[in-house]
Every structure is written in structure tokens, then in C-alpha cells.
Ligand binder design. Structure first.
Ligand code: KG4
Ligand code: ZN
Length: 412
């Protein structure tokens, strides 16, 4: 069984850009031609301009990424027009770097795969426009990618995970639990009714003015909270757990955000400091918020596991929970999930940290998966559009709510 230590070790063992062999034992037997499938993946759905070339065995031939985090931290959040400008300024260079690190020419590509949904309209537009130019210039098939499907399938680059498996996707824009039955076959068990956990953590970090602290000034909000929380005592604050009365797999983080906001305002008054200065109890608040987020995510995931076991989606021989997305790079949250998977005889698998946040590798890999499954490969790109809002899979969250599974209490 994969232990937590092993899970946490994975990122350290991965070389920076080129990973060979150890990845997965894919067996494609469709002839000599199939041995050299190479897909260029392009990602611009939010605030990272990223690209990668991946082959059918999961070897990453080259990758490049330009993060806009530092710019958006300064403006206090993502301004879509700024994100669009930065994508425009960087996309050509990022793709060039990727191809040159890969040592291949565009002519050698089997296809180009690009995130077209969901995401920020202005950001998606840049990636799609640039990709379609390449597609037309080099006469390559185009594979439109669903950003969340790509996050969900990333684990299959590093681990031999068979369908079906359960996936928890937690990021700055999304929060959902789904059964992955196939490359493009998802059952949605539950999602956030309001904001995503990454959005909450970004807002709390901003409200705590962590950007003014040299240690945290360049970190994403979630990462800053994780680091600060290590010095805090979570027991100094007690936030109510969201939706504890609803026996479903939906999430909510907006109420927690308001509660944290109220506490910060109260503490600012007590300490006699102005908005914008850092509170003496900031680490305790970070620890308590992180714990409440982790417990809420764990509880909903626990119910999803029990539902999947009840319905036969997870069996004793194939009981895997995959956690991915930017927030899944949080080690406290991973540890909490491991407690749940141990209690339910499941195995927790998380992609290496750098594969959890947005990247081009996951998009290229989704292209490879689709190429082999023969799904969504376009030879004519007329009418291809981006879709800022696009749900994932078939929504069965009503059935999950009707099952009203009581989750046994587990000490976290
Ligand atoms: O998946 P991602 O890169 O982009 C989206 O699709 O949203 O996730 C970004 C989010 C941000 O909200 C960021 O604060 C959060 O993931 N994040 C973290 C950590 N690293 C990034 N949240 C908690 N702990 C972390 N270590
Ligand atoms: Zn993402």
C-alpha cells in the first residue's frame, strides 16, 4: 500500500522537466506508428501560461510555464484583462521554450491539445487563438480539453490507475468530487455551492495582508496560509464547520470566509492596528482556517467514498481516491485525507506537487489519453469556441443527497 511518506516523497524524486520510464506501464499495441505519439499541450485558462510536450508513455519531453501569481498578488486578485495581456505577452515564448526543450519541431507533433473550458473567457481566448494558428499552420489535429478532466487524469501519468476511481478536485476556481469512469466519462457527486477553497484561502491571505510579509509576498494565498499555519495553534479559534447538517457531498466556503473576516476585524480592533498591518494572531487564524477547510473537505470526501463503495464504483480491489488541483498540494489537507482513506480501506494518490497546480503537462497528457481513446480529435476547427462555464460530467449529486449517508466520526 502507498504510505503517506511515499506520497510525500514523490515530488522530491522527480527531476525538474524530464521524467523517464518510471511513469506508467501503458501498453498500446496499435502498431509501430503508435510508438511515437507526441502531443503539445497548451494551458491558459486562468493565470498560468503553460505548455508541455508529452509522449504516450507519459514521458515529459519538455515543458515551460509563466506564472502571473506575483502580478495578481500586487493587484489584490486576478484582473481578467491583465491576465489576458500577460498570456498574450508570454504564450509564444512559452511554446517556443517547450518545443526547444523537447528537441522536436511542430511538424513531429501528433496533435495539439488546448484548454478550452472552463476558465476566464479572456484567458481561454488567448490559448485557443494561438493554438488554432499553430493547428492551421502545421495542419495538425486539434484536441479541445476540459481543464478539470485534465486535473483528474494527471495521476495516470505517474501511477497505473484503472477506471473507475474517485477524484477530489480542489483549486482556486473549483471544488468537486466525481467518479472517473473513463477518459471523458465523469459522474459528479458534489461541488461547491459558492466559492472554491483556494479562493477562500487567497482571500484570507489577502485580508491578513500576508503579501506585505517578505516570507509570503510571492506565494499564492493557499501556500502562504499553509506555511504560516505551521507556526499557529488552530485551537485558538473555532470556526463552524460548513454544511454539517447536509448529508450530501456539496461544499461551501463563503460562510467561513465571512466568519474569518469578522474575526480579523474584531482582532484588529482589539490589537489597535490598522487594516493592512499583520495581526499577532495571524498564524493561529491561518491554522484554524486551514483545519476547518481540511475537515470540511475530508468529511464530504468520506461520504463520497462510502457512496462509491455502496454503489460498487469502488471495490476492495480497486479503491482509489485521487486528490488534485492547487489546493491538493497542501500537505495538511493531504494528511487529513489520508486519515479518511485509511479508515475506509482506500488508497490516496496525489500527483506530485508541481502537477497539482495548473501546468501544460496535464493538458498534453489529456491529449494523449484522448488520442488513444479516439475521443474529441478535431480535423476541422471551424466553429471551435471556448466555454468559460462548463460543468463536469453527469450530475448525480441528487442521488448522493437522497442516499443521506451518515459519516462515522473520525478524529482529524
Ligand atoms: O489548480 P490551480 O493552480 O488553479 C486553478 O485552477 O484554480 O489552483 C490555484 C489555487 C490558488 O487558490 C492557490 O492559493 C491554491 O490553489 N494553492 C494552495 C496551495 N498552493 C496553491 N492552497 C493550499 N495550500 C497550498 N499549498
Ligand atoms: Zn486548475
Amino acid at each position: 500500500m502507498l504510505t503517506l511518506n511515499k506520497i510525500l516523497e514523490i515530488p522530491c524524486r522527480l527531476p525538474k522537466w524530464k521524467i523517464h520510464g518510471f511513469l506508467r506501464g501503458f501498453t498500446f499495441h496499435s502498431g509501430k506508428q503508435s510508438l511515437h505519439k507526441l502531443v503539445l499541450g497548451i494551458e491558459t485558462s486562468c493565470d498560468d501560461t503553460a505548455a508541455a510536450v508529452v509522449d504516450e508513455a507519459g514521458n515529459i519531453l519538455g515543458e515551460a510555464l509563466h506564472s502571473q501569481t506575483e502580478v495578481h498578488l500586487k493587484t489584490g486578485g486576478i484582473i481578467p484583462s491583465v491576465a489576458q495581456r500577460l498570456h498574450r505577452e508570454n504564450i509564444e515564448q512559452i511554446v517556443k521554450e517547450t518545443l526547444s526543450a523537447s528537441g522536436i519541431t511542430p511538424k513531429e507533433l501528433s496533435a495539439i491539445a488546448t484548454t478550452v473550458k472552463p476558465g476566464l473567457a479572456l484567458s481561454l481566448g488567448v490559448g485557443l487563438e494561438y493554438s488554432l494558428q499553430l493547428v492551421k499552420q502545421y495542419k495538425k489535429p486539434f484536441i479541445p480539453i476540459h481543464h478539470m478532466e485534465a486535473h483528474a487524469l494527471t495521476i495516470r501519468i505517474t501511477n497505473k490507475v484503472e477506471f473507475p476511481f474517485l477524484v477530489l478536485l480542489v483549486s482556486g476556481g473549483h471544488c468537486l468530487l466525481a467518479v472517473v469512469q473513463g477518459v471523458s466519462d465523469f459522474l459528479l457527486l458534489g461541488k461547491s455551492l459558492d466559492i472554491a477553497p483556494g479562493d477562500l484561502l487567497d482571500k484570507v491571505a489577502r485580508r491578513l495582508s500576508l503579501v506585505k510579509h517578505p516570507t509570503y509576498s510571492t506565494m499564492s494565498g493557499g501556500k502562504a496560509i499553509e506555511h504560516l499555519a505551521k507556526q499557529g495553534n488552530r485551537l485558538h479559534f473555532d470556526f463552524r464547520h460548513p454544511l454539517h447538517y447536509c448529508r450530501n457531498c456539496d461544499f461551501s466556503f463563503a460562510g467561513l470566509q465571512s466568519a474569518v473576516d469578522r474575526i480579523i476585524t474584531q482582532k484588529e480592533k482589539e490589537e489597535g492596528i490598522e487594516k493592512g498591518q499583520i495581526l499577532s494572531c495571524a498564524a493561529d487564524i491561518a491554522a484554524a482556517v486551514q483545519h476547518t477547510v481540511a475537515s470540511h473537505i475530508a468529511k464530504r470526501t468520506h461520504r463520497a467514498i462510502l457512496f462509491c463503495q455502496q454503489r460498487g464504483f469502488l471495490t476492495p480491489s480497486n479503491a482509489i481516491l485521487v486528490a488534485s488541483g492547487g489546493v491538493a498540494s497542501n500537505l495538511y489537507i493531504r494528511r487529513t485525507l489520508e486519515i479518511i482513506t485509511k479508515a475506509t480501506n482506500c488508497i490516496l494518490l496525489c500527483p506530485p506537487l508541481k502537477f497539482c497546480t495548473d501546468n501544460g503537462i496535464m493538458i498534453a497528457w489529456n491529449g494523449i489519453e484522448r488520442l488513444y481513446a479516439g475521443l474529441g480529435i478535431l480535423h476541422n476547427v471551424d466553429g471551435v469556441r471556448y466555454e468559460p462555464k462548463c460543468p463536469l460530467g453527469v450530475d448525480i449529486s441528487k442521488q448522493v443527497g437522497e442516499a443521506a449517508i451518515k459519516v462515522p466520526s473520525v478524529k482529524i
